[in-house]
Design a protein around this ligand. Structure first.
Ligand code: SAH
Length: 483
């Protein structure tokens, strides 16, 4: 079946809905959204419809369906649970040449209601011609994810300037170029940054200047800890618009797969100890690509502002007058905690949480150990796997209980995630025994013990309850310790 797509102007036009249940209610709300004059036919009404009738938004025929009710209608929707009634509505409407939709019945329908992505005034409608409504729903979710809410504002702004743009660029090709710049460049970016006045000024400026070189920009984007499902919608959009992606080594390959296919990918990853690309070089690359008009994504593991040097990068961009935006990511501490079943704060165990880095000797010396050793708080230690000995020694030396629980989460949120649990006094031994490697998050505090009971993702924790002289299989270990 091949359908003719159309968007109907129903403002003030009569439309009939037969049926008074929840399905009818959903159809009616959409019709009202388009300004239709809706009459609902049904002996009984769902409470939410009663409200609409009381408020005078919908007319009600408190009766069974009769064909004459269709007279004068532009379209009809049959949404009763009774196949016979729905069929009668369809046949009567077709006899009168009124477009009719029968809910969940493609054969009886002369029009279909699509799945819609609504960014008014922009609407995207999806139809599978009744073949697979579930597919339409899934496609809708994907497209929803790609279009943020500023799309509607962009359409309204361009609408207001349509005549001026046409006057300024009478030539179609030039006009198209102008629109393309406005839609993919700084005007749209400013709307996303919730700066409508600046967006309009930018558009006006572009109209005065004419076809200038489109300035480049940098989006500092947090890629989260690994699981692509933890990307934000903004991150996904930025990856889809990028010309160049400068990414850290920690960024998962499955996330890079989501980016625009023809983008240029540059690994500027740093390994602990071996700086593949130093920070100055990253600054140089950001500047060079942005100056050449590219949309650059600087993609970082976790959140760009948590131990990610994101601050330095945007300070540099500001000095160089390069436009930037920042898209936060889910930082390793919250992700690892969630994926290990460890609430970072808990009314009974921890009233605060600290994110600290134990990157190297200097950063360790700079930490406020007496404060870190206080109880009733959770420590989330980044980059600590090389320094577990120093961390546990100093915490214990400053008074933290040797029996304080810890959890080490290696490759948090990834299929290969491992959790090693125990108490502070045995941290070094257990990290060694299970050969925990980077990236790993060290969580210290009473809440860490909850992983034993609350874990839900990947392999079960290698907990103290499973101790034996040999490393044991994770699943088996918990089955025992939970018993
Ligand atoms: N900006 C990042 C942190 C960068 S520092 C963020 O917000 O998450 C790098 C450290 O983060 C690693 O040494 C490790 O301690 C932690 N980390 C990052 N991803 C991780 C993951 N998937 N699992 C466990 N720890 C992770």
């Amino acid at each position: 079946m091949s359908l003719y797509p159309l968007f109907a102007d129903l403002r003030g036009r009569p439309a009939l809905v037969v049926g008074g249940g929840e399905v009818a209610q959903r159809k009616i709300v959409r019709l009202l959204g388009a300004g239709a004059a809706v009459t609902v036919v049904s002996p009984h009404l769902h409470p939410s419809l009663v409200e609409l009738v009381r408020a005078g938004k919908v007319a009600h025929q408190e009766a069974e369906f009769r064909p004459e009710l269709l007279d004068g209608q532009w379209l009809a929707i049959a949404a009763t649970a009774n196949h016979g009634v729905n069929r009668a509505v369809a046949l009567a409407a077709q006899a009168r040449r009124i477009l009719v939709n029968v809910v969940d019945d493609a054969q009886l329908s002369s029009f279909h209601v699509p799945a819609v992505i609504d960014r008014a005034p922009v609407q995207i409608a999806i139809s599978t011609a009744g073949a697979a409504p579930m597919l339409a729903r899934v496609l809708r979710e994907r497209i929803e994810a790609l279009l943020d809410q500023s799309v509607g504002a962009l359409a309204r702004l361009l609408d207001r300037y349509r005549l001026r743009i046409r006057e300024r660029h009478p030539d179609v090709a030039a006009r198209r170029r102008f629109y393309s710049q406005a839609i993919t460049g700084p005007v749209a970016a400013l709307l996303r940054r919730a700066r409508p006045a600046d967006a309009e000024a930018e558009l006006q400026g572009a109209l005065v200047l004419g076809q200038s070189e489109q300035p480049g920009s940098v989006a500092l984007v947090g890629a989260g800890p690994g699981d692509p499902g933890l990307l934000t919608l903004h991150a996904l959009r930025a990856l889809n618009e990028a010309d160049v992606i400068l990414h850290d080594r920690l960024v998962d390959a499955r996330i890079l797969d989501l980016a625009r296919r023809d983008a240029q990918f540059i690994d500027v990853g740093k390994r602990a100890g071996a700086h593949a690309t130093n920070q100055d070089r990253i600054h140089e690359l950001l500047l060079a690509y942005a100056r050449s008009g590219k949309r650059v994504v600087r993609l970082k593991g976790g959140d760009p502002f948590v131990f990610g040097r994101g601050g330095e990068e945007i300070e540099f961009l500001r000095e160089q007058a390069i436009a930037y935006e920042v898209v936060p990511g889910i930082t390793a501490a919250t992700a690892c905690a969630a994926y290990a079943g460890i609430p970072l704060t808990h009314r009974d165990h921890a009233q605060s949480v600290r994110f600290v880095t134990a990157h190297c000797r200097d950063s360790l010396d700079a930490l406020d150990w007496p404060a870190l050793a206080a109880d009733r708080q959770t420590l989330a230690v980044y980059m600590g796997i090389g320094e577990v000995e120093t961390v546990s020694d100093r915490l214990i030396a400053h008074g933290r209980d040797r029996a304080t629980p810890f959890a080490l989460i290696e490759n948090g949120s990834r299929p290969e995630q491992r959790i090693v649990t125990g108490v502070l006094a045995e941290l070094v031994e257990r990290a060694r025994r299970y050969a925990v490697t980077s990236p790993a998050m060290l969580i210290i505090g009473d809440v860490a013990a909850l992983a034993e009971r609350l874990h839900w993702f990947g392999a079960a924790p290698l907990g103290s309850g499973a101790d034996s002289s040999m490393p044991v299989d994770g699943e088996f270990a918990t089955a025992q310790s939970c018993a």
